[in-house]
Design a binder for this molecule. Sequence first.
Ligand code: HEM
Length: 321
Amino acid sequence: MPLPPGPKQLPLIGNIHQVIGVLPHQSLASLAKKYGPLMHLQLGEVTLVVISSPDVAKEILKDQEHCFAQRPEITANEILSYANASLILDRIISNHEVKLRSNTATYSEDVVDVLLKQQQTSDLNFPITMNVIKDVIMSEVRAALKGKTRIKESDIQNLEYLKNIVKETLRLHPPGTLMPKEATEECTVRGYRMPRKAKVVFNLSVFGRDLEYWSDPESFKPERFEETSIDFRGGSFEYLPFGGWRRICPGINFALANIELPLAQLLYHFDWETADGKKPEELDMTESFGITSKRKNDLVLFPTIVIVATSEEGDVPGELD
Ligand code: HEM
């Protein structure tokens, strides 16, 4: 039975040259456009299967959960870092091969050419348009909390738009871009062989942008969550910022509480201006890659206090709720 389809492999390094670069989740996304949502890559000695569509994710996480419930000992980041480290070694070997073959073949030169090209791979930008969003969110927070001088967790329950902004941000920029699993035994998915111990990564960054599931997916539209029952509790495979099924993130509520409350407080007590008078849609949304993905460059904003927070008995001086 064949392995899933994938790009042609070079001797020794396999497909490493195709995934290194600043943002592996984006390199993997563009390879998946060509080779499909179930794709095999060989990274040195590591067999990697990349999942890039919600329906294949469902088959693996739900229908074949007995096979893929395990997380590998190393993270997706480490798998790709391993690939980078292995590349250094392999390139030395490859250089030796160039020397050995210098008079006979151009093959090794091609390898070096490819690597150099990949090293020059630059970041991609994912600009989002947010013209009216700033006004809508400010007025929701200010209107709902009018008259208060302190905001508590119980106050934010009705801030639907704010919650939808958080959801929409997690759709376009899930922090865990590449969710890793490992096949505990050999199994078959869509007629392809998944070898035991194969590393499987779910490219969560493409799920939320899948045209089959989302309309106008590249636009930042928090209102899309008003009309849908999709949520991140793991049942909607097109929206897995917290993973899904058996091993779903157990910290969802804790995570949301730590995003929504501080965000509401910052929006309620301050007016915000971007540095250099940039419009929200002109913000640099370039991502960086790591165990979690975040913005590459700092977001520089200028706050102006509009509503002064009062302290209550029992507060620790200087502490923000
Ligand atoms: C926005 C914040 C967060 C995001 C996007 C996030 C996302 C994820 C994802 C994608 C997974 C992998 C799920 C899988 O393999 O199926 C995960 C696992 C996990 N998360 Fe989170 N997480 C967040 C915050 C937190 C917080 C605050 C905690 C703890 C308080 C937490 C604890 C865990 C644990 C323990 C696991 C491993 C679960 C297991 O292996 O069974 N996470 N998270």
